[in-house]
Design a protein around this ligand. Structure first.
Ligand SMILES: *Cc1c(COP(=O)(O)O)cnc(C)c1O
Length: 353
């Protein structure tokens, strides 16, 4: 079945007369003895429903974690690499988690890359939006982990390209409403999935039932949200590229992006994140973030609402990222309204701030 269908149809209870169509939220710690679970730090019904849906979408077995970073820690603990090959710029939290370990790291943008126990990828990379050839990277040898938070299974399915593990910050597009923190690992090796589950139970990273329920509700509309946001991004990328206040517009869907050809062959839908470097550098970037009104100045991404931020305002962000780079997470509002707000902010006609 198509991913649009799986997002809606997977992870539901069997239809039973007068029972709900969705797994109800189950608040529980101890379960009556005699079953396979007994205590919900081991496993939980709402997590399982979301795992079935995400597993169906990515084509593997999903294990849910309390955050994306808990999933990062679990995969590094379980795979225990002593060397990692990675792109120069990665999500800052992942970079910090790699730096905190006793690891030999090698950076590359060309794959198959350097030989290592583990290849850690994002495509597109956060926040500089480079695109990586996952199939080529996965052929390097060693394990390949792909953080698929930006592309989601709507745009690309790394397990089918040879990746061993897919990682998600479910906090972003999958849940889609900027209202929860969750993470997940997905793999095709069920022995490895069992190890991830054991790690989760041992260190206590099982999500709460309300978060899992909300995220599953969000995933039901993932396909429509992602496609609409991508169309909006295409519209805005065109306008931004031509605007005199923008020194550089970075979007893999744009023909002048250095990885455009790879983006066309990699993504079924172009990811809805754009990066811009305004004319006037850091202070112009700060003014833009301050002067928007419909857009929200906020970190994170992947919600229905459009947000933007200057990434280097975070100390943890890589110094390879331009200090003036503003990352735009394009939402599902009307694109003309989004553009009107951005262009008003660029023109500095909002003196009341
Ligand atoms: C946000 C993010 C993470 C971390 O996930 P949390 O849910 O915030 O813990 C990991 N990778 C990427 C690409 C992210 O954007």
């Amino acid at each position: 079945m198509d991913r649009a269908t799986l997002a809606v149809a997977a992870g539901r209870p069997l239809p039973t007369p007068d029972a709900p169509l969705n797994e109800p939220v189950e608040f529980a710690s101890a379960l009556a003895a005699g079953g396979a679970v007994e205590y919900t730090r081991q496993d939980a019904r709402n997590s399982r429903a979301l795992e079935q849906t995400l597993g169906a979408l990515e084509g593997g077995e999903a294990v849910l974690f309390g955050s994306g970073m808990a999933a990062v820690a679990a995969v590094l603990d379980v795979l225990a690499p002593s060397s990692v090959a990675r792109p120069p710029v990665l999500y800052s939290g992942t970079s910090a988690a790699l730096a905190a370990r006793d690891l030999h790291q090698q950076a590359s943008l060309d794959w198959p890359g350097p030989a290592a126990d583990l290849t850690w990828l994002e495509s597109p990379t956060n926040p500089d939006l480079r695109v990586i050839d996952i199939a080529a990277a996965a052929s390097t040898g060693g394990n390949t982990v792909v953080d698929n938070t930006f592309a989601t299974p709507i745009a690309q399915r790394p397990l089918a390209l040879g990746a061993d593990v897919v990682l998600h910050s479910v906090s972003k597009y999958l849940s889609g409403h900027s209202d929860l923190i969750l993470g997940a690992l997905v793999c095709t090796d069920s022995g490895l999935a069992d190890e991830f589950r054991r790690h989760r139970a041992l260190y206590g990273a099982i999500p709460g039932p309300m978060e899992a329920w909300l995220a599953l509700r969000g995933i039901r509309t993932l396909d429509v949200r992602y496609r609409r946001a991508s169309e909006n991004a295409a519209f805005l990328a065109g306008r931004l590229a031509d605007h005199p206040a923008v020194a550089k517009m970075i979007w893999p869907g744009s023909p002048d992006h250095p990885d455009h050809a790879l983006a066309l062959s990699s993504f079924d839908v172009m990811p809805p994140v754009i990066a811009i470097i305004p004319e006037g550098g850091q202070s112009a970037a700060e003014a833009l973030c301050r002067d928007v009104r419909l857009w929200t100045h906020a970190t994170s991404l992947g919600g229905v609402e459009s947000t933007l931020e200057r990434r280097r305002r975070h100390e943890a962000e890589s110094d390879l990222v331009d200090p003036a780079l503003v990352r735009l997470s394009v939402g599902i509002e009307n694109p003309e309204d989004l553009w009107e707000d951005l262009s008003a902010a660029f023109s500095g006609i909002r003196p009341d701030h």
